[in-house]
Design a protein around this ligand. Structure first.
Ligand SMILES: [Zn+2]
Length: 121
């Protein structure tokens, strides 16, 4: 079974699966990653995916997936899970990558739905 769905004003995804459950899971993943339709900082719809990869000074390969805003230059970073799937980073993490929690144990959301403004300072 193949399903096409418009997930925001600029993006149509096509997903495929043997069962409705598989198709549903694929759609859910597509929404989480590609359903971002506007910049969380300025609400512009003029956003685009950006990908960079390379090898750092220690010889470790790295890659960055991010959504960029052409209006205010904010970016939404994506994390890469152990399952090789990417996800938008909308919660604060510490330097070790552990989720930052409030005193009552709730995860801390990054303001502007995870979009952060570039700062040269
Ligand atoms: Zn913006």
């Amino acid at each position: 079974m193949q399903v096409q769905q418009k997930i925001n004003s600029a993006t149509i995804v096509t997903v495929e699966g043997e069962t409705t459950s598989e198709v549903f899971q694929q759609l859910a993943k597509a929404f989480a990653v590609f359903g971002v339709g506007e910049c969380g900082a300025c609400e512009s719809k003029d956003i685009y995916p950006n990908f960079r990869s390379g090898i750092d000074k220690e010889g470790t390969a790295y890659s960055y997936h991010e959504m960029k805003c052409a209006s205010c230059y904010s970016t939404l970073s994506y994390g890469l899970g152990k399952d090789k799937e990417i996800y938008p980073k909308t919660f604060e993490v510490d330097k070790k990558g552990k989720q930052v929690k409030t005193d009552d144990g709730k995860p801390v959301r990054i303001e502007n739905k995870g979009w952060t403004k570039y700062s040269s300072s």
